[in-house]
Design a protein around this ligand. Structure first.
Ligand SMILES: Nc1ncnc2c1ncn2[C@@H]1O[C@H](COP(=O)(O)OP(=O)(O)OP(=O)(O)O)[C@@H](O)[C@H]1O
Length: 336
């Protein structure tokens, strides 16, 4: 029995003004002033009306409890802030000790580089799982200097980590707008229409080929769906830690994607084979044989060279587009 069970509707609305949204979604309008409790009010609704609404007093009450719990969880999540993330080394694939303690702070962007199969995704996996010596690497991950509570691993509401993985498989039959709006709704976003429009606009500015709000998500290209997920994560995810398993260079504006993701002082880790993305991060973790072999600061010289790399990249992109559109590459390299 909750204290709110004995509250009058007037009191309930005063304490939780957003409850009207919940009842609106059922097509019910709560009276603004009423000295009955919610249960009494729901009981007074006749059978026929419940049939029209496709619900019952019991189901509404039950879902209302879940809704209030969700709001409480969101509020506690917002007040919880991740200031630091620490990875304490374990062992590499040969069982040799990984002698490193890596501390990341809010707003840090770190890239993870290493040969195929060296263990980049594993490091992301350890962070996502908040490993405490219980993965093959024996690493331990601390949040704000402490081992996070085990229940966080399973908490969907209070998700500390958002992962953008390599494969995005959309199976639902929804338009881009419906998909983003559904996300916005599940996050209880206040200005949903506005946020949804911003996400679609930003995703379009990341992806080479534009798409429309009413495009079915199943017909988006790999690059387009990736762009949509990046924008969606940037604007809707409350997770303070973002893990990215490669932003492929399939026409995605990587600098813009990073700028979007770090807007909110999140901790961002990106596993990548792309030298441009690797150098865009102020620090990079080098993985070898399943262990962290080095943590390098991007030097001033590298930052300078990044501009040249980006210039090269633009040239390659232009050549790629030429090939894609049926052209030839017969001019001398000096003219590219
Ligand atoms: N320290 C370790 N001890 C034991 N196994 C490990 C360790 N590190 C990584 N592995 C295992 O090695 C395999 C390859 O690692 P992973 O998939 O992370 O590589 P990757 O660098 O992401 O590769 P790619 O570049 O192809 O995506 C995985 O099965 C992973 O669990």
């Amino acid at each position: 029995m909750h204290t709110r069970d004995s509250m009058t509707i007037t009191e309930l609305l005063a304490q939780h003004p957003y409850v009207n949204d919940f009842f609106d979604s059922y097509g019910l309008q709560l009276p603004a002033e009423d000295s009955r409790t919610l249960a009494q009010y729901l009981d007074s609704i006749d059978e026929e009306r419940w049939e029209d609404l496709g619900a019952s007093a019991e189901s509404v009450l039950e879902n209302f409890e879940a809704f209030l719990q969700g709001m409480a969880d969101l509020a506690s999540e917002q007040s919880f802030s991740v200031e630091s993330l620490t990875v304490i080394g374990g062992q590499n694939k040969r069982g040799e000790p990984e002698e490193v303690t890596l501390e990341l702070r809010r707003g840090d962007i770190v890239s993870i580089v290493g040969p195929t199969g060296s263990g980049k995704s594993r490091l992301l996996g350890d962070i996502e799982w908040m490993a405490c010596g219980d993965t093959p690497t024996k690493r331990r991950v601390l949040v704000n200097g402490q081992q996070p509570d085990a229940s966080w691993r399973f908490s969907i509401e209070r998700k500390l980590v958002a992962q953008l993985s390599q494969n995005m498989n959309f199976v639902m039959d929804l338009s881009v707008k419906e998909f983003v709006d559904m996300h916005a709704e599940s996050r209880l976003t206040a200005n949903r229409d506005e946020v949804t429009a911003t996400i679609i606009r930003e995703a379009n500015s990341l992806a080479g080929e534009p798409f429309e709000a009413d495009t079915p998500i199943t017909s988006l290209s790999g690059g387009q769906s990736r762009a949509l997920m990046i924008a969606d994560t940037a604007f809707l995810s409350r997770s303070p830690i973002i893990l990215i398993d490669e932003i492929e260079n399939a026409g995605i504006d990587r600098q813009r994607a990073l700028d979007l993701l770090v807007r909110e002082e999140k901790i961002v880790l990106i596993a990548t084979h792309d030298p441009i993305l690797a150098l865009m991060a102020p620090r990079r973790i080098v993985i070898r044989n399943g262990g962290i072999a080095a943590v390098l600061q991007t030097s001033v010289q590298e930052q300078d060279n990044l501009k040249h790399l980006q210039e090269l990249d633009r040239k390659v992109l232009a050549l790629r587009n030429r090939i894609r559109t049926g052209g030839r590459i017969e001019d001398t390299p000096g003219q590219w």
